[in-house]
Write a protein that binds this ligand. Structure first.
Ligand code: GLU
Length: 476
């Protein structure tokens, strides 16, 4: 038992996998060893057990919050509800958050939380009780707050849990004028920002789309540029996988297979994503979709013929057992840590382009940053400038009509007059972040002659974190 819990020295722990990826990048940098050790280490691990009365029984719940890095505050990262939650996993996911935030330039240290429960087998009341109790445990130990540590959704959680967290925080800290910013991913009616829900999936779409625009990269894997007609397989139809699938489908890519826990479905001519979702809602499973064939062993779906494979569920799904059999030319890591280091090496030898998680799934935290800023600003979107921009646009239109002696159509007038809505700004901020992040990594890859995007992404992240330590001017 003791042996099982020994995390730090375990060679094959999830945390160690990330350390190995980190170490590969340090070979391209000349940074003091001690500083690198500090960046790698988890700054604080809070492991808790608390009792919750469920029906007549008292259940002891195991939960975690890990703050990987305090180089910037607040710490930021989701909370996952899964029966597989363990300390090693939460520590690793917290570390990934640190690198992710650095890559997309959001001023947070990385964190992650986890509660060891299966939300699909317990009642909504029980989930609420556990969420509220977990939040008060975090408050007790000063592990949550707008300037301390700001949770968000992750695997098994969503808007509903975030609003319970906010409500619990507010009831204990009513004097905190910034309480709304204690958690992100809230419903829009409770201070959330439009576009947060689909942000990770949309970020995945923007990142892969950018790679597909690169002529040399596409040439290296024998593909044409652009997304139209590209064959895609997506594993996991949760929030991230579902939105990614929809965006790719709408952009003209062909979703040939979708995989879920219970099995996968395949149609080489392409699946209609919204119809699959409807079928899933009606039957509780993606299997037996009329326009597809079933694949009982869901893992086999990863090995099917395709151009782009997008693992969007859990970690370690591509490992040394199946890496050789993967036929995709591009893998987009929508999930955190879906490829083990051993599989990484096999795939690199095969010439597969891997777009790493610490960049590709950063869309969620990017839009969380926008939500946090909105909450701290205490001002509704457009309150001050909306009317002013509309008046200016209206005057401009009149001048154009007079000068050109031509009438602008009412539809065009409406579009020009209204100015950007919150969702337009969120999406443009996200698109810009994903595009510029991609090119920063690619430039490092080319200039430092690095073989893969993951190592280049770690080089970028480490440099950014070292920069902020230097700006702090002190070493903790
Ligand atoms: N859970 C998401 C992630 O892994 C979002 C984190 C956040 O928004 O803070 O990136």
């Amino acid at each position: 038992m003791l042996k099982k819990n020994r995390i730090k020295s375990e060679k094959n722990s999830f945390f160690n996998c990330i350390e190995r990826n980190f170490d590969k990048a340090t070979k391209f940098l000349s940074i003091e060893k001690g500083l690198l050790e500090q960046i790698k280490a988890c700054n604080a691990v809070y492991r808790m057990h608390f009792p919750v009365k469920l029906g007549k029984e008292i259940k002891v719940i195991e939960a975690y919050r890990v703050q990987h890095s305090h180089h910037k505050l607040p710490c930021k990262g989701g909370i996952r509800y899964s029966i597989k939650v363990n300390q090693d996993e939460v520590m690793t996911l917290a570390a990934l958050m640190t690198y992710k935030c650095a890559i997309v330039d959001v001023p947070f240290g990385g964190a992650k939380g986890g509660i060891k429960i299966d939300p699909q087998t317990i009642s909504t009341e029980a989930i609420e009780k556990i969420t509220r109790r977990y939040t008060s445990e975090l408050i007790k130990k000063n592990f949550i707050g707008p300037g301390i540590d700001v949770p968000a959704p992750d695997y098994g959680t969503g808007e509903r849990e975030m609003s319970w967290i906010f409500d619990t925080f507010l009831s204990i800290r009513p004097e905190d004028v910034d309480a709304l910013a204690c958690v992100t991913g809230k419903p829009v009616s409770q201070g959330g920002v439009r576009g947060r829900k689909e942000a990770t999936g949309l970020g995945v779409f923007y990142g892969i789309r950018e790679l597909c625009k690169m002529k040399e990269d596409m040439l290296s894997v024998g593909l044409d540029i652009g997304l139209i007609g590209k064959k895609i397989i997506i594993q996991g139809l949760g929030n991230v996988g579902y939105y990614a699938a929809s965006f790719f489908h709408n952009a003209g890519a062909i979703i040939v297979a979708l995989a879920e826990r219970e099995g996968a479905i395949y149609n080489k001519k392409g699946l209609n994503v919204s119809k699959v979702i409807l079928h899933l809602k009606n039957t509780g499973s993606i299997l037996n979709f009329p326009e597809a064939i079933n694949i009982e062993n869901t893992e086999k779906a990863l090995e099917l013929e395709c151009d782009i494979l997008i693992p969007a569920a859990l970690e370690n799904v591509i490992n040394k057992k199946n890496a050789e059999k993967i036929k995709a030319k591009i893998i987009g890591e929508a999930a955190n840590g879906p490829i083990t280091p051993e599989a990484d090496e096999i795939l690199e030898k095969k010439g597969v382009i891997i777009i790493p998680d610490i960049y590709l799934n950063a869309g969620g935290v990017t839009v969380s940053y926008f939500e946090w800023l909105k909450n701290l600003s205490h001002v509704r979107h457009g309150r001050m400038e909306k009317r002013f921009s509309e008046n200016m646009n209206s005057e401009l239109l009149q001048i154009i009509e007079t000068v050109c002696k031509k009438k602008i159509s009412p539809e065009d007038k409406r579009t020009i007059l209204r100015g950007p809505r919150e969702i337009d700004l969120v999406r443009s901020g996200l698109e810009d972040t994903m595009i510029s992040g991609f090119h920063k990594i690619r430039d490092i890859k080319i200039s430092s002659k690095i073989k893969n995007m993951r190592t280049a992404a770690f080089v970028l992240a480490i440099n950014k974190i070292v920069d902020s330590y230097e700006k702090l001017g002190i070493f903790p």
